[in-house]
Design a protein around this ligand. Structure first.
Ligand SMILES: [Zn+2]
Length: 308
């Protein structure tokens, strides 16, 4: 083993575990994925340890380890909670991995890793405050301030997807029921399923979001109206963020971030709700896409990030 240290990012998902190694300059050097052992906590630990050992063997050097996974570590108990891989919940995942790997391990959720990846060397590189939004099957977000993931006592910084859609119109109240138990959450309007449901409520035939966007581009009036409602609601939801956090850059990820016109039509509208005479916040598409989990996890050991 040489003394050169790599940054290893591990994306621990419900179906696969992927490890990416970045060298000191952030270049991708090694990548491998394996299936997640289903319902097997010890097997999951072993699979991660096996990937780390394989990377170190191939690279001939050691690396720091960061983990991206759904859920969060409770500050009060040190146990993971809220993971959709339920065998991990209630377990001291970070400590068990640290013991197994013989080094400290940092861990945070996918949305935080997305924001950190884009803030480190992606679409938000060089910006002081980055709000990274995932608009996919759900709506989540993470906040990076000067290279560090904002981390609070409840481990929910950035979780604005379950705030209510701001400045609602009468026909948006109380809003669609949400799995979280509330109604009218931002996620119920701005996730992919949220757009499809909104299109259905307008009386149009059911369509998936990519088909709605395509048909809107071809002049279909119902689809164009759905897309316009989506853009205006996203403008309201992000204006709320700008008023509270005033980020330099807002980066969009997830399936809905592929809608090109969002980056023109949303900033064109959000000034109506931002409490300022001008809005200089940049709205941009992500650079690293599906690699944001592994990349952000690797960057948990970059830029002076403190131990978590
Ligand atoms: Zn909700």
């Amino acid at each position: 083993m040489t003394t050169e240290r790599y940054r290893f990012g591990v994306d621990l998902g419900g179906t696969k575990i992927e490890l990416l190694a970045l060298d000191g300059s952030g270049r991708e050097c090694w990548r491998r994925r394996v299936a997640t052992p289903q319902g097997d906590y010890d097997g999951t630990l072993a699979a991660i340890a096996g990937l780390v050992a394989a990377a170190e063997r191939d690279l001939g050097a050691t690396g720091s380890v960061g983990i991206a996974t759904p859920g969060s570590i409770s500050r009060a108990t040190g146990l993971l909670r809220g993971s959709n891989s339920v065998c991990l919940n209630g377990r001291p995942l970070r400590e068990d991995l640290a013991a197994r790997l013989g080094r400290a391990v940092r861990l945070t959720n996918d949305a935080n890793c997305f924001a950190l990846s884009e803030a480190s060397d992606g679409a938000g590189a060089g910006a002081g405050v980055v709000f990274g939004v995932i608009l996919g099957t759900g709506v989540g977000a993470g906040i990076v301030v000067h290279g560090r993931v904002l981390d609070g006592p409840n481990a929910i910084a950035g979780e604005w997807g379950h705030n209510p859609l701001p400045w609602p119109r009468d026909d948006e109240r109380p809003g669609p029921p949400c799995y979280c138990g509330l109604a009218g959450c931002i996620e119920t309007f701005l996730s992919g399923p949220g757009m499809a449901a909104d299109h259905g409520r307008s009386g149009a035939a059911p369509l998936a979001p990519p088909d709605i966007v395509r048909a809107a581009g071809n002049g279909d009036p119902a689809c164009a109206a759905t897309l316009q409602r989506y853009e205006e609601r996203l403008a309201r939801a992000l204006a709320h963020v700008v008023n509270l956090l005033d980020p330099d850059v807002i980066v969009l990820g997830g399936g809905m971030s592929a809608i090109e016109r969002l980056y023109v039509n949303v900033p064109a509208q959000w000034g109506r709700w931002v409490f300022s005479d001008r809005v200089d916040t940049v709205l941009t598409r992500n650079r690293h896409g599906d690699s944001s989990g592994v990349r952000g996890a690797a960057w948990l050991w970059g830029g002076g990030q403190p131990p978590q």
